[in-house]
Design a protein around this ligand. Structure first.
Ligand SMILES: [Zn+2]
Length: 471
């Protein structure tokens, strides 16, 4: 019977979850066997070979005689808890693994045969546990309960939040989406107490670091940090705030969510359902005598306009925008309805950034990418001998990656660039950048490629967006 159970569990689970699932299955099955034997009046069979209690990790003494009342006393938990227990254990295992991997997100994906758990680590999806299909709904219900969501509603998407029970643990943002095979759950882990990086720790080139320091000591203007999700915009924003947090200034932030907690700074959490949006919070903050305002993200035209107006009236505004590079940030602001003259006079700088994955040196090998990638990145044909990629080894957990590094394009607005911002086309603004010596993300990625620090594929993935050699 033991081997039958193991075969059963083995079919359902991959090896990494097996050790955790077998005791769970054992508990469940043992309870069912005990109650069934009690029903038929033969509880003594429990000890006599039909069921081997050594299988369970919890040694529970079977009843000494065949009296039913003893059996009832022996069953320790009510029915509902008995069935909840495996889901609780699986959920805890999933969360613990995420912390161990230092994952930013957990994906619980129902598929036709099983439910797959994947983690986003260093920006890439990593395969995790595989959970039996029949456990999926219980697991989702467990997470919904933790996130205070409606467990009986399975047809519409739901969003929730799980607060950590430990002061140093991560808060979790929960999103549930109905899909073909069931509800998919994505959990974003927010770590409040993760060490805030200082400006030198960001890894900016020396001249860009000086420029950034000078920028945040300006009395007014707007500094935009741009890039896609996971490019480290928030870290840069907080590094800037950290730099000035001890100065005699009134610093106020509007965030969604509050990701880091500062002692000497007023932080406001956006609450859209209650009507506290970025725009309404920003208006209120302007009446609170601020020197520096951090706006977590500009998502709408109203917030954009108020932020730019504030930057013209004696406030330093630090914010992020979801665009690819510094020039496209201007186009995005125009799209949001910010007048060109307001952009030209309010904008102090745009920092476009990416996090690039560094090749593992232990398993790097020559790379021969297709010519189209080299052409797009502006790498000459004669260079390929120096190109490397990493195939993966035990040292890098078979990912080919050894850490990440920031790449920054710092556009500091001067007289030249300001006049291009006022009425120039996108290509005129790009030209102004070039003549003013701004190093673009693509150019920097290309240098890293030629130095063997990153692969061509990584440069293309992170820093190519139809720029450089196309125009
Ligand atoms: Zn390696």
């Amino acid at each position: 019977m033991r081997s039958a159970l193991e075969r059963f569990a083995g079919r359902l689970c991959r090896q990494d979850v097996l050790s955790d699932t077998i005791p769970v299955l054992n508990d469940l099955l043992r309870m069912q066997v005990v109650s069934r034997l009690a029903q038929v009046g033969r509880p003594e069979l429990y000890k006599s070979g039909v069921w081997d209690s050594n299988m369970s990790e919890h040694q529970i003494d079977p009843p000494s005689n065949s009296q039913l009342p003893d059996l009832v006393g022996f069953a320790p938990e009510p029915v509902t808890t008995r069935y909840d227990a495996p889901a609780v254990r699986i959920q805890k295992t999933i969360f613990e693994k995420a912390v161990e991997l230092d994952a930013s997100d957990i994906h619980i994906e129902p598929r036709s045969a099983a439910t797959c758990v994947r983690y986003r680590v260093n920006g890439l999806m990593k395969e995790g546990l595989e959970i039996p299909r029949w456990m999926h709904e219980n697991l989702v219900a467990r997470i919904k309960i933790l996130a205070k969501l409606n467990i009986s509603e399975r047809r519409v998407p739901q969003d929730g939040h799980i607060s950590s029970d430990r002061p140093d643990g991560p808060d979790i943002r929960v999103s549930v989406l109905p899909s073909r095979c069931g509800e998919k759950v994505v959990l974003r882990l927010l770590r409040h107490n993760r060490a805030i990086r200082s400006i030198p720790e960001l890894g900016l080139p020396a001249n860009a670091e000086d420029a950034l320091r000078a920028l945040i000591h300006r009395p007014q203007g707007i500094v935009l940090v741009v890039g896609p999700t996971g490019s480290g915009k928030t870290s840069t924003l907080y590094a800037m705030v950290h730099e000035i947090s001890r100065e005699p200034l009134n610093i106020v932030t509007i965030e969604d969510p509050v990701e880091y907690e500062f002692e000497r700074i007023t932080q406001v959490q956006v609450h859209e359902k209650a009507g506290l949006t970025f725009a309404t919070a920003l208006r209120a903050i302007l009446r609170q005598d601020p020197d520096v305002i951090l706006v977590g993200e500009i998502r709408d035209g109203e917030t954009a306009k108020i932020a730019f107006q504030a930057s013209m009236t004696g406030h330093l505004v630090l914010t992020t925008l979801h665009t690819t590079d510094s020039v496209s940030a201007v186009s995005r602001l125009v799209e949001l309805g910010v007048p060109r003259d307001l952009i030209a006079s309010g904008m102090a700088a745009v920092i476009a950034q990416r996090l690039i994955r560094v090749n593992c040196p232990a398993c790097s090998e020559p790379d021969f990418p297709r010519p189209i990638y080299l052409k797009r990145l502006g790498i000459a044909e004669g260079q390929p001998g120096r190109l490397v990629r990493s195939a993966g080894c035990p040292g890098c957990d078979f990912t080919g990656i050894r850490g990440r590094r920031g790449v920054y394009e710092v556009l500091e607005v001067n007289k030249d660039i300001r006049s291009a911002l006022l009425d120039g086309s996108e290509s005129e603004i790009r030209h102004a950048l070039k003549t003013n010596g701004v190093r673009t993300l693509t150019e920097q990625a290309m240098e890293y490629v030629l130095a063997g620090t990153i692969s061509v594929g990584e440069a293309y993935r992170t820093c190519y967006f139809g720029g450089a050699s196309d125009d």
